[in-house]
Write a protein that binds this ligand. Structure first.
Ligand code: NAG
Ligand code: NAG
Ligand code: NAG
Ligand code: NAG
Ligand code: NAG
Ligand code: NAG
Ligand code: NAG
Ligand code: NAG
Ligand code: NAG
Length: 355
């Protein structure tokens, strides 16, 4: 107590002497059990006494000529003075949470200069689970637990060191006693193999604490997928083309047939008319043009009586000539004969098979 009395006396004696005092840093964040230190500087000479206080409690006094008047295990000071200025560093060792508050430096009887001290606690941080293997394009959720922090840690995420946008993660915190536990979940889309890191930081930490795991992305077999699609596309288009071609052929064939049939009908009608008028030359040609009857090699075969009779019947009943129809149909040995007008004015249909 003697030294403080002396300091107070010195302050009183040197009252009136003004000194410009600078205290730095203005704010300090330190982890519990670490050392906190502040510099107080003033004019090089003539200041006599410097008093340090923590949260309003006198901690240390320094006399210009004598140095530290009353040090302790917790509080100490270092001389950094130069010819340009007097500068003393105040050190608080092994800080505890209740050291948080204000540090002040007073030189002579000048106004007290203060700075802030914040004692913080660094806890643990860990991503729940281990390395994760997922399929490309999957949504992956990672959970990170940070426990035993003060104040509430700032949680952030990175993928390969690149920060993840805040919209992709949620963090909640709960106080447990004088400490805080945080829980953060991030939602990522698996694109490539990345290192996912969860970072917890507080001002007292120069580098955040982090935990990281690997996100291994298994590629979806895209090439085979493309192949399959191409195959399906090709099959479908080829089928479509074939179908269209078939339809066109069918239509063309159908039209030809119909035209042939109608032209035959026209001819048949004109023949019928000329027959009733007693046109003999037409009659004489009968049999000549009936190739189905004349050229069939089996026509003379006695073993095929039925066929013979059929052909005979056909040529006999067909009093009307239809040369090209017979010609055209003879190839497949099926002859469909449509008689628009029969001998007695009745429509007759004959299906003649030539073997
Ligand atoms: C605090 O300072 C003292 C001496 O001033 C030193 O021995 C100790 O290692 C320091 N502690 C830390 C955590 O830096
Ligand atoms: C105080 O000043 C000295 C010398 O200028 C420097 O080495 C030290 O880091 C300073 N301490 C603080 C807490 O700023
Ligand atoms: C502080 O350091 C300065 C410069 O080195 C020196 O002149 C001065 O005497 C020292 N003060 C004390 C009390 O040791
Ligand atoms: C620091 O202070 C705490 C009490 O606040 C004490 O238990 C611990 O032993 C101290 N550590 C050192 C290195 O002095
Ligand atoms: C601050 O905490 C330390 C232990 O961490 C304790 O010894 C000290 O009494 C506390 N001081 C106040 C003012 O609460
Ligand atoms: C994750 O993978 C890395 C690299 O293969 C390995 O070093 C690490 O131990 C793995 N971590 C876990 C939690 O399995
Ligand atoms: C964050 O929380 C909100 C509400 O609970 C939810 O709608 C949202 O999907 C969450 N975002 C992420 C990335 O988990
Ligand atoms: C963390 O939060 C998630 C939902 O956001 C919840 O399912 C989980 O249980 C929480 N974990 C802890 C340890 O609080
Ligand atoms: C990720 O790495 C694994 C091997 O560790 C590899 O098989 C896979 O193809 C990689 N994924 C991507 C998307 O590069």
């Amino acid at each position: 107590m003697d030294t403080f009395a002396l300091a107070a006396l010195l302050l009183f004696i040197s009252g009136g002497v003004s000194a410009e005092v600078v205290l730095e840093p203005q704010n300090e964040w330190v982890l519990r059990t670490a050392n906190a230190s502040f510099n107080c500087s003033t004019k090089p000479t003539g200041w006599t006494i410097m008093i340090w206080s923590l949260n309003g409690v006198l901690a240390l006094a320094i006399a210009e000529g004598r140095g530290v008047l009353d040090g302790s295990e917790r509080f100490s000071a270092l001389n950094h003075s130069t010819t340009a200025q007097a500068k003393w560093e105040f050190i608080i060792r092994n800080v505890s949470r209740n050291d948080t508050g204000q540090v002040s430096c007073q030189v002579q009887s000048t106004e007290t200069v203060t700075a802030g001290l914040s004692v913080q606690e660094s806890g643990s941080v860990e991503i729940v689970g281990s390395n994760r293997t997922v399929m490309e394009g999957d949504q992956v959720v990672f959970q990170c637990l940070a426990a035993g922090w003060f104040p509430t840690p700032q949680i952030s995420w990175t993928t390969n060191g690149t920060p993840v946008d805040q919209q992709f993660f949620n963090t909640s915190s709960v106080e447990v006693g004088t400490l805080v536990n945080s829980n953060s979940t991030v939602r990522l889309t698996a694109v490539s193999n990345v290192s996912v890191a969860c970072l917890a930081s507080i001002p007292a930490l120069t580098t955040p604490q982090q935990s990281s795991v690997l996100l291994i992305v298994e590629k979806v077999e895209k090439p085979s997928g493309i192949d399959r699609t191409v195959l399906i596309a090709v099959t479908v288009s080829v089928s479509a083309v074939v179908l269209i071609v078939l339809i066109i052929i069918a239509i063309v064939f159908c039209c030809k047939r119909r035209r042939a049939k109608s032209s035959y009908q026209e001819e048949a009608r004109s023949h019928a008319r000329s027959q009733t008028a007693g046109d003999t030359p037409t009659r004489e040609r009968q049999g000549q043009d009936n190739l189905g009857y004349v050229t069939d090699p089996k026509a003379n075969d006695t073993s095929s009586e039925l066929t013979d009779s059929k052909i005979w019947q056909s040529s006999h009943i067909s009093t009307i000539q239809m040369p090209h129809v017979i010609n055209g149909s003879q190839r497949d040995n099926n002859l469909y004969v449509n008689h628009p007008v029969g001998e007695n004015g009745v429509r007759k249909h004959r299906h003649v098979t030539i073997v």
